[in-house]
Ligand binder design. Structure first.
Ligand SMILES: [Zn+2]
Length: 315
């Protein structure tokens, strides 16, 4: 299959997955009334949630008990679905805000028809090809996100608020979503060209007041990709070691910064960079600004920028 056909298929599948999520929300009658109630969604999908267990520790006994089950989570087991018994498990050591997402992910495996058909045939974690398993995981993640953010309800609310990093942060609590997933959703579905850099914990530079962070991955809106592709980020201090760590580093602005990016036609465009930090991560959101004044020196300084990679579908 060529890449155009694959893209067309992925888009079709995205639209279908949104439609399945919408149908479930309508059946429970909660569209536009977040947060999406986990118990009601599980019940309307005719499933039962069997408590919470440390699934990784119970892997062998669960598979023995449930036989043809689908294990979710590509690296570490996060959930388990047994369609024959119509039960789902969610692992116990997840952040509270992540648990409904994993439960909805398992619901997704059971209601997406082409997945249900394969699973009902008796295919499971052992017999599915790695590619199919990866595709099923991505589809179930998309389904779960559509339940949490109620398809376009989150987008519509966000549109009525200012174009700022605080908007998804404020809406996250209302939708019972993690800040991380709300920020991603906001940027990926935004109608303007914008990007989100997700950094690890901030590193204080010895003897200086500035802080740096490793870029873990970048997501961007469709419009950003169309106008900027994968831009050449500014390079400064290429390859230097900071506190013994080498890699893709970005200087974290105190609150806001500005950066110039070159679009695919070669024109420079100014972006405002807003920061939001929690205990574990720093997020930098870039949104375009119009300025007639000369920009002050960019405060966003990337090191080894060529190492940056977009990572669209994290499991
Ligand atoms: Zn799964």
């Amino acid at each position: 299959m060529n890449s155009r056909a694959q893209t067309a298929q992925a888009v079709q599948s995205n639209e279908e997955i949104e439609a399945f999520a919408r149908k479930l929300l309508d059946r429970v009658g909660v569209y536009g009334k977040p947060p999406t109630p986990e118990a009601a969604i599980i019940a309307v999908a005719s499933l039962v949630k069997h408590g919470e267990l440390d699934l990784e520790a119970e892997r062998a006994s669960l598979l023995k008990q449930f036989g043809a089950a689908l294990i979710s989570g590509l690296k570490k087991i996060q959930g388990l679905l047994d369609l024959r018994e119509r039960v789902i498990f969610v692992t116990s050591d997840l952040h509270e805000k992540r648990k409904p997402f994993v439960a909805f992910h398992e619901v997704g495996h059971s209601v997406i028809p082409w997945q249900r058909d394969v699973l009902c045939r008796g295919d499971d974690n052992l017999s599915l090809s790695p590619n199919t398993k990866q595709l099923f995981e991505a589809e179930a993640n998309s389904f779960a996100a559509n339940l949490i953010f109620q398809v376009d309800a989150f987008d519509n609310e966000a549109k009525d608020c200012s174009f700022a990093i605080q908007t998804p942060i404020l809406l996250a609590d209302r939708y019972g979503a993690s800040y991380h997933s709300a920020l991603r959703r906001y940027v990926e579905r935004h109608e303007s060209p914008c990007a989100l850099l997700i950094l690890g914990q901030a590193i204080q530079v010895v003897g200086q007041s500035r802080k740096l962070g490793h870029v873990r991955y970048i997501v961007s809106s469709k419009q950003f990709k169309g106008q900027f592709g994968h831009p050449e980020w500014p390079h400064v201090l290429g390859g230097q070691t900071v506190n013994g760590r080498v890699g893709t580093l970005v200087e974290i602005p105190r609150a806001q910064g500005q950066v110039l990016l070159r679009d695919l036609d070669g024109n420079e465009r100014a972006f405002l960079c807003e920061r939001w930090t929690n205990q574990f991560e720093t997020f930098l959101m870039l949104r375009p600004i119009r300025t007639k004044r000369k920009l002050f020196a960019p405060r966003i300084v990337l090191i080894s920028g060529s190492d940056l990679k977009d990572e669209e579908g994290k499991a």
